[in-house]
Design a binder for this molecule. Sequence first.
Ligand code: IPM
Ligand code: MG
Length: 351
Amino acid sequence: MTQTMLLLPGDGIGPEVVAEARRVAEKIAPDLQFTEGLIGGASIDAHGQPLTVDTLVNAKASDAVLLGAVGGPKWVDVERNLRPEMGLLQIRKGMDVFANLRPAFCFPALVDASSLKREVVEGLDIMIVRELTSGVYFGEPRGIERGIGDKSFGYETSRYTAGEIKRVARVAFDIARGRRGEVCSTEKSNVMESGLFWREIVTDLHAAEGDGLVLRHLYSDACAMELVRAPKQFDTILAGNLFGDILSDEAAMLTGSIGMLPSASLGAEGAPGLFEPVHGSAPDIAGQGKANPCAAILSLEMALRWSLGQPEAADRLFAAVGRALDYGARTADLGGSMSTQAMGDAIIAAL
Ligand code: IPM
Ligand code: MG
C-alpha cells in the first residue's frame, strides 16, 4: 500500500527546509506520496485561521505529517487565539500526538560547535520525551481578569490525569528499553501538586511495568543545571509539557546548533505521527536560502523510523547526514557558508 506524507511547510524558513527534506525523501523513499497543506501564518493569510478543519482531517488521514515552522513578525498583532502558534497547538491536540521525542545527539563532526567543552558533549546522546497535549499548556480554567487594578491577574491550570501521565511514561519506558535503560523523570514536586502526582504515578508505573529499567527523579531546575554540568549522565528524560519545552531547548544547544534537532510527536499505536524541526521559523534569515535543513531532514528520518515502518532507510539517512558533516558540509549556523540547497545536495550525495 502506498504511504502518504502531508507536508505543512508553514512560515519563515519552514518552506525552504521542508523542500530539502522532500528532495531527500524522494531519493530514499521513492514510493512515498506527498500532499501539501497550510499551517500557521500561511493558513491565516489564506483562510483567516492558523489551522483549518480540512488540514486537520488530511493530517489524520495521512501516514505521517512533516511540519516546517510557524510564526513570524507579520502575525504578532493577530488576535491571540488566532496566532500562528495556535495552529501548532491545535494540530498536536487534534492529532492527539501526546509523546514528543526530542533527541539531543552530538554528531562527532560537530563536537567543537557546542559552547560547552568537547569532553562534556563528545558522545552525547539524550532522548527527551515531552508530554505534548496537556499540562499547563492546555489546562482549564485559564485567563486574564482585568479591571481590578493591582488585583487584576493572569492564571492557568497545571493539570495532569493519571492516564495522561501513564501513557507518556510508557513511551519513555519503551524508548529507554531500546537505549541504556535509564529514565530520569523531572517535575517540581517540591512546589507543585501536579508535580507530586506526576512523581507518584511514574513511580507506580515503574514498579508495575518497569522491569529492567532504572528510574530516577529530578526536580526540573536541577535537571536544567545537570544538563549543562554533566549532560552525558542522561539517557532518557521524561518531562511534562512546559518543563519539556524548556529542557529540550537547553539540550538542543549542547549539540552545537538548534538547526540540527528534529522531533517526533507520536500518538496511539498506528496513528500518524507529526514530525517537525525543533528550531522555529527564524524570520531573520527566511527567504535567504541559508537555513540549515538538517533538522527537517532528520525529522524525515524520525518519520521513516516511527511512523512509516522503514527503520533501515532511517538508519541510512542518519548515517548519510553524519557523513555529509564529516566531509565538511556546514551551513552558517554551523560556522560554514553552504546554502540550504547545497546542504541538501551534500546529504543526497552521501546517500
Ligand atoms: C516548541 C515551541 C512551541 C511550544 C511554541 C512555538 C508554541 O517552543 O515546539 O518547543 O512551546 O511547544
Ligand atoms: Mg520550545
